[in-house]
Ligand binder design. Structure first.
Ligand code: DAH
Length: 341
């Protein structure tokens, strides 16, 4: 019996010392001290021994148990230390590593143009107004003196949603909506917004683009006021040395109507931008048509005003020397990052 117990002790110690992980060690503990463990079995057999043998063997088993438990404990501590170190190593953090720089966003070039133009008009006492992109035929056409069958409707290749609602083809309907709201007060608004036309996308056309509309209505407003305000804007935006030229034109909602040109940077030398004319067309404008005032219930005998509208993409292309409108919508980072301040 003593020899057996010594052999068990020797083997157990070898196994315990050879254990390479805490779960392995736990298995060994069960192997020797579990319910059916090797040492446990021996303790059970004690009852079958004679009265003389029992205390002797019992003592031997106790000594074996105490010794093996000591060895288990020591190996357990060793393994715990090794495992903890491995864990620290796995989770090592270099707190001095420089952080990843988040990429900084910035306004889209069209937004830069809208902001700059809007600010110029805010400086002249205008405020910003907005209107819906899904618009009633009434505001988009009818109230702007473009009745059904009017040829001007064909100039706007419209995208209809129902019989009398469409994606607005211009920002001009906000003129009517704002006048209705402010009546009988004077109106002085600038309206940036998105507009829609049934056009195919190419280098100079897009079915979705942006306009900025302006409207001023008050007593005693003349065509001279229109020219003055637009000249201030154009010189601020394009440069103090630029000339402004008004050409007669036609819009159903203004009378008289004009197209406004700015002199080219080439100063009349002739270049590609102005197609050798020395002038660049930048907006449409005019005195508000009496019928439009009347539609919004401003008495045309008392009130007068002027309106203007310009294409944001066109102006951005001139400002930045961009020759293809599609660049604005493709979100190519190489293009956009050039506008990072
Ligand atoms: N709404 C016109 C268009 O989309 C632009 C325009 C021209 C607006 C003259 C105006 C204006 O307010 O007076 O083509």
């Amino acid at each position: 019996m003593q020899a057996e117990l010594s052999a068990i002790q020797e083997q157990a110690i070898q196994e315990i010392q050879g254990a390479t992980s805490s779960p392995d060690l736990e298995e060994l503990r069960l192997k020797y001290f579990g319910k059916k463990g090797v040492v446990t079995q021996y303790s059970r057999k004690l009852g079958t021994l004679s009265a003389e043998e029992r205390p002797v063997v019992g003592k031997m088993i106790n000594t074996l148990r105490d010794h093996l438990e000591e060895v288990l404990k020591t190996r357990g501590q060793e393994l715990a230390r090794v495992e903890e170190e491995a864990k620290f190593e796995r989770e090592r953090l270099d707190v001095e590593l420089p952080g990843r720089q988040p990429r900084r966003g910035h306004p889209h070039p069209l937004q830069l143009i809208i902001q700059e133009i809007t600010m110029t008009f805010l400086g002249m006492g205008f405020s910003v107004a907005e209107g819906p992109e899904v618009e009633l035929d009434f505001y988009n056409f009818e109230a702007l003196n473009i009745p059904a069958e009017h040829p001007a409707r064909e100039m706007h290749d419209s995208l209809y949603i129902t019989e009398n609602t469409l994606l607005r083809t211009h920002t001009s309907p906000v003129q009517i909506r704002t006048m209705e709201k402010l009546n009988p007060n004077p109106v002085r608004i600038i309206v940036p917004g998105r507009v829609y036309r049934r056009d195919a996308l190419d280098a100079t056309h897009s079915p979705i683009f942006h306009q900025i509309e302006g409207l001023l209505v008050d007593k005693d407003i003349t065509f001279g006021d229109l020219k003055g305000v637009l000249t201030v804007f154009i010189r601020k935006f394009f440069g103090a040395d630029r000339e402004v030229r008004l050409r007669p034109s036609f819009f159903p909602f203004t009378e008289p109507s004009t197209e406004v040109d700015v002199s080219c940077v080439c100063q009349g030398q002739g270049c590609r931008i102005c197609k050798n004319t020395g002038w660049i067309e930048i907006l449409g404008a005019g005195s508000v048509h009496p019928k439009v005032l009347a539609m919004a219930k401003y008495d045309p005998e008392v009130y007068s005003g002027f309106a203007f509208g310009m294409g944001v993409e066109r102006i951005a292309m001139l400002r930045y020397g961009i020759t293809d409108i599609r660049h604005f919508y493709e979100n190519d980072f190489r293009f956009l990052s050039q506008f990072c301040l």
